[in-house]
Design a protein around this ligand. Structure first.
Ligand code: PLP
Length: 424
């Protein structure tokens, strides 16, 4: 069935998928077409059940199709699917997010992380009256033009488009620096500080596998942005409500100027947000001159799913349990690999983890690129054949949900023991 569906899909949808990583291009083989998901499991079109560590790329923190979330969605849907007008639910979720993330004084809802980061960048530019932005190598912030940029040839040369169709004139305004490189950051601000509108950061990177930002790096970043009047944007689309209730900023003890969010706040529905300092947020239209809009922004069904999800994750011990299970997975896989002499390590923060076919945790994109991608591919397919689904790429973080019981994690580790043993 998966094979037939893939063939059929390719006849009408480019590469058969609506988002590139789903095509299994970097691991090879046939993508699983998902028919349903419940708790910690997904089922493919063949009816095969998998323990799922993708979690819809981080959205499914309370487990797939949590009964209370589904009930909230059903109730909201009965009241109408979309109004294109303000609702009380939007206020409630904005207030809830601001309560959890104190750096957020004002917030706007959008429908995808890409919209949130694209608008945050525009807002930084509009607020400062400057054009240049800084991003870091290996971080992904959605697919808007200014952010689809890779490093140029020298440290302070401007970026090159990382996608066809992005004008190089536009990427001249994006500076790409190495992640965790304090010296490069200081040099960029020494030389160009007065031209920089803002810096966007994945505060714990999850799109080059999991890479933690060092405390020195984020502290320097906060310092140089403040000194130069540049807007610091924490892109917490992945890390928000995932690595801790208050996101990576609560772990770092950093107050960013703007924060972008997505995934968890929609509880599996299309919902994202950007928010932060009142002074900056007040530049948004119609209060200010920075334009942003959306037919489906603040969609009532998505807001209902998000509100219920935010309620569930604030119940006692939610993050203690989530972190303990994710650690159990990371440590169990590491021990299993060591027992078989495979070069492997794993790290986790809250409910997010990274698996590395390398001896040490990576600190930069270059470190990550030097890891053993073939080892990952072998592991990925062997696990998938034994009904455990990790993300189909060596460069993606993985996700545990509240529905992953200690027994399911143990089952995963047992399977991995056999897989590692065959790899050596
Ligand atoms: N920012 C980060 C850190 C992300 O991980 C992603 C998506 O994975 C995005 C932005 C883009 O979000 P979306 O896919 O909802 O457009």
């Amino acid at each position: 069935m998966n094979e037939q569906l893939f063939e059929r899909a390719k006849q009408i949808i480019p590469a058969g998928v609506n988002s590139p990583v789903r095509a299994f291009g970097s691991v090879g083989g046939i993508p699983r077409f998902i028919a349903k998901a419940q708790g910690a499991h997904v089922w493919d079109a063949n009816g095969t059940q998998y323990i799922d560590y993708v979690g819809s790329w981080g959205t499914a923190i309370v487990g797939h199709a949590h009964p209370e979330v589904v009930e909230a969605v059903q109730a909201a849907a009965l009241g109408g699917l979309s109004f294109g007008a303000p609702t009380e639910g939007e206020i409630a979720i904005a207030e809830e997010i601001a309560k959890i993330v104190p750096s957020v004084q004002r917030l706007r809802l959008v429908s995808s992380g890409t919209e949130a980061t694209m608008t945050a960048i525009r807002l930084a530019r509009g607020y400062t009256g400057r054009d240049k932005i800084v991003k870091f190598e290996g971080c992904y912030h959605g697919h808007s033009d200014s952010l689809l940029v890779k490093a140029g040839s020298g440290l302070l040369t401007f970026g090159n488009p990382s996608s066809a169709g992005v004008p190089s004139d536009l990427t001249q305004h994006t500076i790409v620096l190495p992640y965790n490189d304090v010296a490069a950051l200081k040099q960029a601000f020494d030389e160009l500080g007065e031209q920089i509108a803002g810096v966007i950061l994945e505060p714990i990177a999850g799109n080059m596998n999991l890479v933690r930002a060092t405390p020195e790096f984020v502290q320097t970043l906060r310092q140089v942005t403040e000194q130069n009047g540049a807007v610091l944007i924490y892109d917490e689309v992945m890390t928000g409500f995932r690595v801790a209730l208050g996101g990576a900023q609560s772990l770092h003890g950093i107050t960013p100027d703007l924060t972008t969010m997505g995934k968890v706040i929609g509880g599996g529905m299309p919902l994202a947000a950007f928010g932060g300092k009142k002074e900056i947020m007040d530049c948004i239209s119609p209060l200010g001159g920075v334009y942003q809009a959306g037919t489906l922004s603040g969609n009532p069904v998505a807001v209902a799913a998000g509100l219920k999800t935010l309620e569930i994750i604030q119940r006692p011990d939610f993050y203690e349990n989530l972190s303990a299970r994710t650690q159990q997975l990371a440590q169990g896989l590491t021990s299993a690999a060591q027992a078989s002499g495979v070069d492997f390590c794993a790290d986790s923060v809250g409910g997010m983890f990274g698996l590395y076919f390398a001896q040490q945790f990576p600190q930069t994109y270059a470190d990550m690129m030097a890891s053993n991608v073939d080892g990952f591919k072998q592991f990925f397919h062997a696990m998938l054949n034994k009904n455990v689904a990790f993300g189909p790429s060596a460069y993606e973080a993985g996700f545990v949900s509240a529905a992953h019981t200690p027994e399911l994690i143990e089952e995963t580790i047992e399977i991995a023991k056999h897989v590692f043993a065959q790899m050596k």
